[in-house]
Design a protein around this ligand. Structure first.
Ligand code: SF4
Length: 432
């Protein structure tokens, strides 16, 4: 069968789609690039925001009008896990639903759906880490390996623990095996992903231990990781990031709010001071470390004072960049029981201010790099101007540069000549 997969949401969903695609290919199916020419369409969904979920439901109706008669449509991912049977209601036009722990059933489920049998598989399997997955058959210069699944933190605004289940780590050997396979296929920069990678544990090996083992993998130029919860970022991890050659000096450390009252309501289990102490430790160990974060404004009960505390924390830390959101209620979470009392126009105003504040901070930090030589991992030609090359620094900053053509995967010294809040411009500079 020809199978088309469409993916919404985070890196974990992109990763899962590739895993699902390799499972289906190993079962004899082929991958289609157009839903109109597919026998089965699989939509891998995200339910982090209510709007994301609405978009998926809209897209399902649209797909039903696009596909050939006889083609089947299935939903996997967080919306599948959250909505289950509900998705089989005729208005959604769905033939099968497979939750986040049941992807191994997909080859059989797709075949059954094609034979006319509609089904829902959303059983939670607390030990599912998909370690029997087929080996990767293709890789990008910058690729991903999942090291753990699920989350136990229950931040009050977040749906992840309900749709991705409890935390479970993959065995070290499987992670290293997959990393080696990706390198054989051309990857040079690998990001270890999970909802909360710092709580990784496989027997006696914690996340710092995993980084140390991965650092010894030959030809792996760069190791990154995301996402870190501040409460689990130990000195051992900070030391590993600072000491290990391949581990990049970049930590994505979501703060969410600068107000202790809001952090408590969010169930984040650290205070503003705890967070600032962590930043201090990171910068003492690695003065050039890039710090990025996530911020939510307009959480229930957020006063003007709370919001200003977030802004002042951003000013104190000076993040390299940030993902910023305004709070929106997520049905099924603990925060949904709180009164969503910050008016929409105030949420928007606060969001616009943090975004413009951050834009200035990012630009200022990027400008400090002008005149320095940065090691850039080439990812290929720039999309806008194919005579230029595109790559990233160790601190994950995008660089567009000119110079002699260099193959993807090469590490090139680049003199930074211009900087904006979004990109660095540079020119290849001969080594030495
Ligand atoms: S740490 Fe909090 S925000 Fe992150 S996935 Fe877990 S519950 Fe959600």
């Amino acid at each position: 069968m020809r199978i088309y997969i469409e993916t919404y949401g985070c890196q974990m969903n992109d990763y899962d789609s590739r895993m699902v695609s390799s499972m289906l290919t190993a079962a004899g199916h082929t991958v289609a690039t157009d839903p109109r020419r597919a026998d089965a369409v699989i939509v891998n969904t995200c339910s982090v925001r209510e709007r994301a979920e609405d978009r998926v439901l809209g897209r399902l109706r649209q797909l039903r009008g696009l596909v050939e008669p006889g083609a089947v449509i299935g939903v996997i991912g967080c919306v599948a896990q959250r909505m289950g049977d509900d998705l089989l209601r005729p208005t959604h036009g769905v033939d099968f639903v497979v939750g986040t722990d049941q992807y191994e059933r997909l080859p059989e489920t797709v075949a059954n759906a094609h034979a006319g049998s509609r089904s829902v598989s959303t059983r939670v399997a607390h030990d599912q880490t998909y370690d029997a997955r087929p080996r990767p058959t293709e890789a990008s210069t910058c690729d991903f390996v999942s090291v753990m699944r699920g989350c136990d933190n229950y931040c009050s605004y977040c749906i992840v623990p309900y749709v991705r289940g409890r935390e479970r780590s993959r065995p070290v050997e499987r992670i290293i095996e997959e990393t080696r396979s990706l390198i054989e296929l051309g990857a040079r920069d690998v990001t270890f992903i999970g909802q909360n990678v710092n709580s990784y544990r496989d027997g006696g090996v914690d996340f710092a231990g995993l980084l140390r083992v991965a650092n010894d993998v030959p030809a792996l130029a760069r190791i990154r990781f995301a996402t870190s919860h501040p409460k689990d970022l130990t000195d051992a991890v900070i030391d590993a990031v600072g000491d290990l050659d391949s581990v990049c000096e970049h930590v994505h450390l979501p703060v969410q709010s600068g107000s202790d009252a809001i952090l408590k309501a969010m169930n984040r289990s650290y205070t503003r001071d705890d967070y600032l102490r962590l930043v201090d430790r990171l910068r003492t160990k690695m003065p050039g470390v890039a710090l990025t974060t996530d911020v939510i404004v307009g959480f229930p009960g957020e006063t003007q004072e709370d919001y200003l505390a977030t802004l002042s924390l951003m000013d104190e830390v000076r993040f390299d960049s940030a993902f910023m959101f305004r709070y929106s209620v997520r049905t099924g979470t603990n925060a949904a029981k709180l009164v969503d009392d910050v008016p929409e126009d105030v949420k928007l105003e606060r969001l616009e201010s943090v975004i413009s504040f951050q834009r200035v901070a990012t630009e200022e930090i990027n400008r400090r790099l002008v005149g320095t030589v940065q090691e850039v991992l080439v990812e290929g030609p720039s999309e806008r101007n194919t005579s230029l090359l595109f790559g990233k620094t160790r601190t994950a900053k995008v660089v567009i540069f000119d110079g002699p053509s260099a193959p993807a995967g090469g590490l090139e010294p680049v003199l930074i000549t211009e900087a904006s809040a979004w990109t660095l411009r540079g020119t290849h500079t001969p080594a030495g």
